[in-house]
Ligand binder design. Structure first.
Ligand code: SF4
Ligand code: SF4
Length: 326
């Protein structure tokens, strides 16, 4: 796509994509969405598409006025930096939450105004965050699919084409391979940063009932580690975390400054949280200390409950009402 121009998003065409983040939510066997504008054909990197988008095309900005854009973690990192705000503030101001699956896995989409226009659209100038636009905006009109064939441990990246009536780019006389289109749109950097996250979301989806619905605390952790990198940093740098996990001082120095290093770590940590993989070693006595801390809290709560109940009894028996007055 030409400079200062946008693309669109994979979920903009409705149907399945509204429920699935663009790149990840397919099943254990190849799944090709047949709904609406998505062409029912799994394409490879060397497949050719006919497409061109540029400022001045008759449909310029139309796609951004019907925006339904699912965000991946690296998208948020780039956008919050671009807009000069924390991830927490970005999420609050520019996103809306949704559930990625029936187990309540949290996802986020870019917020639009009441007409469906993306808040990042800069009037007739096109995308206001073009060089930091999200993955699905880069790919459009190509949809990235993660397919895992039965008995295959690895997901394969495949693509499909989205053809929507309002998008006139398909009528432009330019043929380009998907591989070249990805390079042109800067997709590889985004995919490389998000790939581990796509894998773990796909694994969660493929595992189905064998993993089951993660506890609420795990879903909260997934949200924080995936989308709210600045809160995740505070969590990782907290005394509690440091006293639980065996990580070298250089690691803490790196994640203190570097968003990318923290994101890489967060995805690995999520494998531990969601699938019980032993990725980050705990200190030998961490479990005992946690149990002891919890016991202290439980004991304190129990004591408070006893005192509250005794105080209520005292009040009942000394102030009358239905109680006994000495
Ligand atoms: S982020 Fe930019 S390219 Fe993507 S929908 Fe919004 S304005 Fe359009
Ligand atoms: S509708 Fe298609 S051709 Fe038109 S601006 Fe959007 S992506 Fe480009």
């Amino acid at each position: 796509m030409p400079a200062n121009r946008l693309s669109s998003n994979l979920s903009r065409h409705g149907g399945w994509a509204k429920q699935r983040p663009a790149a990840t939510m397919n099943d254990t066997k190849p799944y090709i969405p047949f709904h609406g504008a998505v062409m029912p054909e799994a394409m490879r990197a060397d497949s050719k598409i006919q497409f061109r988008c540029y400022q001045g095309i008759s449909c310029f900005n139309t796609c951004c006025r019907q925006a339904d854009i699912t965000l991946a973690p690296y998208d948020i990192l780039r956008l919050k930096r671009r807009l000069g705000m924390s991830s927490t503030e970005f999420i609050r101001q520019y996103t809306v939450p949704f559930q990625m699956d029936g187990d309540g896995m949290p996802g986020v989409k870019l917020r639009t105004d009441e007409t469906g226009t993306c808040l990042q659209l800069d009037g007739d100038n096109g995308c206001g965050v073009y060089s930091d636009r999200p993955t699905v905006c880069r790919y459009y009109p190509v949809a990235l699919l993660a397919l895992r064939e039965k008995d295959s441990p690895e997901a394969k990246e495949r693509y499909s084409l989205v053809k929507e009536a309002h998008c006139k780019g398909h009528a432009e006389p330019r043929e380009i391979s998907i591989a070249d289109y990805r390079v042109e749109q800067g997709c590889e950097e985004y995919d490389a940063r998000n790939r581990e996250w796509y894998r773990l979301v796909l694994k969660k989806k493929s595992a189905g009932p064998s993993v089951g619905r993660p506890p609420r605390a795990s879903l909260q952790l997934f949200f924080m580690a995936s989308y709210d990198i600045d809160t995740c940093r505070r969590f990782v740098l907290s005394g509690n975390f440091r006293s639980t996990y065996q990580l070298p001082a250089e690691f803490y120095a790196e994640v203190k400054q570097g968003d990318e290093a923290l994101l890489d770590f967060a995805f690995r940590f999520l494998r531990q949280v969601l699938f019980g993989e032993r990725i980050v070693q705990e200190f030998a006595d961490a479990w005992d200390r946690r149990v002891a801390q919890r016991k202290e809290v439980w004991d304190a709560r129990k004591q408070m409950e006893i005192e509250r109940s005794m105080a209520a009894d005292d009040q009942k028996y000394t102030e009358g009402g239905d109680g006994y007055r000495a």
